[in-house]
Design a protein around this ligand. Sequence first.
Ligand SMILES: [Cu+2]
Length: 254
Amino acid sequence: MLNGIGAAASRHSVFARACVAVVGVGASLVTHQALASYEVMAVTNGGTIDGSVTLTGAAPGQAAIKVSKNQDYCGQTIPDPAYTVDSSGGLANVIVYLKDITKGKAAPAEPLALVNTKCMFSPRVQGAMVSQQVKISSDDTVLHNTHPQNAETNATIFNVALPFKGFSVTKPLPTMPMMIKVKCDAHEWMHAWIMELDHPYYATTSADGHFTIKDVPPGTYTLAVWHEVAGEKSAPVVVAAGQTVKPKITLAAK
Ligand SMILES: [Cu+2]
């Protein structure tokens, strides 16, 4: 396992430096240009990474979000979802992904969904493949707009208005891996994050902090986690053919 750490670190030192730089800075991240382009191949005897992410220490007290517009529809306050932790410490809304995989299963065929609902975005965070389509829709009767930006440069990716309930529009994500921060220009508290990767080996933790990544070609990889406030962390993971590995990952509250 220790050899695995060293090998992974040296092969991907450029990428590793990029990640060190973003620990603790929440939303800002990560360019993945150091990675070679991804090659799709049949994965016939892959392994499964079936793990969990737990927050250590008590989640910091979070003031509710004060609604400053459309209070008649959105309400006066909205619970802050940044730390969504269950009774066992399971941390939701963590993106878990492999950093250094260059071959494997095909991209998901379905578009992503990003829904404007109850004056928030759902889901809060998700992974995506480069160039994947994202279907943006609204369940609300107030005007929203969905404005994704490169989290590092703030460059606008697109900006679409969602004028009424039931409206939707489908757009492609950029062709380069990047962290995308999504905002609504009408409601400054509305945020979501999309981590765009050049491979499909990612997952988002569910309400109990659990995640599953399937059909991983056997090998040693770097498994990374990202949370909007608690930051980023990585560790080696060894995936064996047909086996399930169960990493338990902890993140410290910030
Ligand atoms: Cu909005």
